[in-house]
Design a protein around this ligand. Structure first.
Ligand code: SF4
Length: 179
C-alpha cells in the first residue's frame, strides 16, 4: 500500500487492486438504484445540478482551513480525517440516512486498508449541527452485503425502473428519466 501526504491531502492507494465500488456509486445505490446504474454506464449529468454545485461550495468554504482530504484507490474521497474520525460535510440533513450509509462505507474502506477506526461524523455547517456514526461489527457486515448489491446493479444489463419519487425533482437525471 502506498500512502502519499501533500498540503492538500492524503492519498492511499494499492497498486495491486482497483476499487470495485466508488464512494459516489455507493451513495447513488442508497439514493436510487437507477441513478447508480446510469452513472456506472457513463450517463453523467451531475455537473449540471445547482444542488451539487452548492454542496461542493459549502464543502470547500466551510472547512477549507482544517480540511485534509483522503483519497483511497482513486475511488473514495473522504472530506477530512481528525482525531481518528472520518468527517463528511453536507449542505442539508434531509437525506441523513444516505449520508450515514456513505460515511459507514468510508470507514469500512479505511478499515479494509488496515486503519483501525470505527467512528465518523457528518458535519452540517448550514444547520450548525453534527451527527456521529459508528461502524459496529453488525453494520460492517451490512456494508459488505450492500457492496455486493451495488456490484450486481452495476453489472446488470437493464437499468432499474424510475423511482417516481419526490427526490427525482432534484435529481440531475430527471429529464433523462422522464422524457
Ligand atoms: S430522476 Fe429519479 S429515477 Fe431517475 S435517476 Fe434520478 S432519482 Fe432515480
Amino acid at each position: 500500500m502506498d500512502i502519499a501526504v501533500s498540503d492538500n491531502g492524503i492519498l492511499i492507494q494499492s497498486q495491486s487492486q482497483t476499487a470495485a465500488v466508488t464512494g459516489t456509486e455507493f451513495n447513488y445505490y442508497l439514493l436510487c438504484k437507477r441513478k447508480l446504474w446510469l452513472f456506472a454506464h457513463d450517463v453523467e449529468m451531475e455537473h449540471t445540478s445547482d444542488n451539487v454545485l452548492l454542496g461542493k461550495l459549502i464543502d470547500e468554504e466551510s472547512y477549507s482551513r482544517k480540511k485534509k482530504e483522503i483519497i483511497i484507490d482513486n475511488a473514495v474521497k473522504i472530506d477530512f480525517f481528525d482525531n481518528n474520525t472520518v468527517h463528511e460535510v453536507k449542505k442539508s440533513n434531509k437525506m441523513e440516512d444516505v449520508h450515514i450509509g456513505q460515511v459507514l462505507y468510508y470507514i469500512y474502506r479505511l478499515r479494509k486498508k488496515g486503519v483501525d477506526i470505527r467512528k465518523g461524523v457528518i458535519n452540517y455547517p448550514k444547520q450548525k449541527r453534527t451527527t456521529e456514526v459508528i461502524l459496529t461489527p453488525e453494520r460492517e457486515n451490512e456494508i459488505k452485503n450492500t457492496v455486493e448489491k451495488v456490484i450486481k446493479i452495476k453489472n446488470a444489463e437493464q437499468a432499474p425502473d424510475v423511482l417516481n419519487s419526490k427526490i427525482c425533482k432534484k435529481c440531475s437525471y430527471e429529464d433523462f428519466c422522464y422524457s
